[in-house]
Design a protein around this ligand. Structure first.
Ligand SMILES: NC(=O)c1ccc[n+]([C@@H]2O[C@H](COP(=O)([O-])OP(=O)(O)OC[C@H]3O[C@@H](n4cnc5c(N)ncnc54)[C@H](O)[C@@H]3O)[C@@H](O)[C@H]2O)c1
Length: 318
């Protein structure tokens, strides 16, 4: 990812609501970028957020944060899109699709026509469908269009397992894959704590009813956004940290494995839609999927999740 039109120390955020502004706040503290441009259809909102967040710079480190236009962001290394409606209580992520695809039809062509050479990181929901839409609307190569996918859900899973087992969640290795939404799948078959199979570690910590515990934890992960939205109308800190982590992996070319949303091409019999599978991510975006082993039931669930997304994608006019 070296190109005369690309500034590796610059990021942009389109959409400065709860998620966009929390992400900007996390990025300001991250030292990953020296320039951060905020864009919103409501310029005053972007400008207010930029000014407020900029007042933290003396405590964090020098950088330039400002509200801008599409001309200001064409050379960014990463453009993060968080614009669009969020879920209202009782609404699913898939309910947002037509509103947010219409918004993306305004945003993505503006990026595409400016010879953008960086990574387009989609966060707005439904993130898998919007990643697919962004890919089609932008004409960018697939490896440079990434959805935040189940990076957040996976963090929620690790957090819940860490709490359950009284162990640092960073020592827990487990993935949520598939749709970032109601059909997501917790991959229990390969989950482990520092190499110890999950069930063995659970027994070490005094938990023996594996079926009940995994059911309960997967349900907590799946419903946590609904619970938070019913209490405070939006979720934003967890996703902000997830986006910061994805940016870190890109900017530092870490080649870390993250469950981001990308196009599938025949893996597990799934083709032509975007969903989350563990993938190696670095400076050029997604390098390759990592074919983790799924048991029969997990493969079935993944195919059902893909079918849900395929049916929604088929209703779009892109
Ligand atoms: N992927 C995830 O894990 C995850 C997690 C949380 C929220 N989200 C999603 O992120 C999105 C944003 O959520 P939020 O809570 O910040 O919503 P919000 O309503 O607070 O903010 C949305 C912002 O987008 C702006 N906007 C709308 N149309 C625009 C356009 N054409 N160009 C530029 N800006 C535009 C609005 O002015 C607003 O400031 C939602 O779709 C939500 O579901 C995703």
């Amino acid at each position: 990812m070296t190109h005369p039109n690309l500034n590796p120390r610059k990021a942009a955020i389109i959409g400065c609501g709860f998620v966009g502004s929390a992400t900007a706040f996390a990025l300001m503290q991250s030292h990953l970028f020296s320039e951060l441009v905020l864009l919103d259809v409501n310029f005053e909102k972007a400008d207010g957020e930029a000014k407020d967040i900029a007042h933290g710079i003396p405590f964090a480190g020098a950088m330039n944060i400002y509200a801008g236009t599409y001309d200001d962001i064409a050379d960014a290394a990463v453009i993060i899109v968080t614009a669009g409606a969020n879920q209202k209580p009782e609404e699913t992520r898939l309910d947002l699709v037509h509103k947010n695809v219409a918004i993306f039809k305004g945003i993505i062509p503006e990026i595409a026509k400016r010879d953008f050479q960086g990574i387009l990181l989609i966060v707005s929901n439904p993130v898998d469908i919007l990643t697919y839409a962004a890919l089609k609307l932008s004409g960018l190569p697939e490896h440079r269009v990434i959805g935040s996918g189940t990076v957040l859900d996976t963090a929620r899973l690790k957090y819940q397992l860490g709490q359950h087992l009284h162990v640092d969640s960073r020592s827990v290795h487990a993935f949520i894959i598939g749709e970032h939404g109601d059909s997501e799948i917790a991959v229990w078959s390969s989950s482990n704590v520092s190499g110890i199979p999950l069930n063995d570690f659970c027994e070490m910590r005094g938990h023996y009813d594996h079926a009940a515990s995994t059911r309960e934890i997967a349900e907590k992960v799946k419903t946590s956004a609904y619970e938070i939205i019913s209490k405070k109308h939006a979720t934003y800190y967890g996703i902000a940290m997830s986006v910061k982590r994805i940016c870190e992996v890109i900017v530092r070319n870490e080649k870390s494995i993250l469950p981001v949303s990308t196009m599938m091409h025949g893996e597990y019999g799934i083709d032509g839609i975007a969903l989350s599978m563990p993938a190696i991510v670095g400076l050029d975006g997604v390098e390759t999927h990592v074919p983790i082993v799924l048991d029969q039931e997990e493969q079935e669930q993944l195919r059902r999740s893909a079918e849900t997304l395929r049916q929604v994608a088929a209703t779009l006019e892109l």
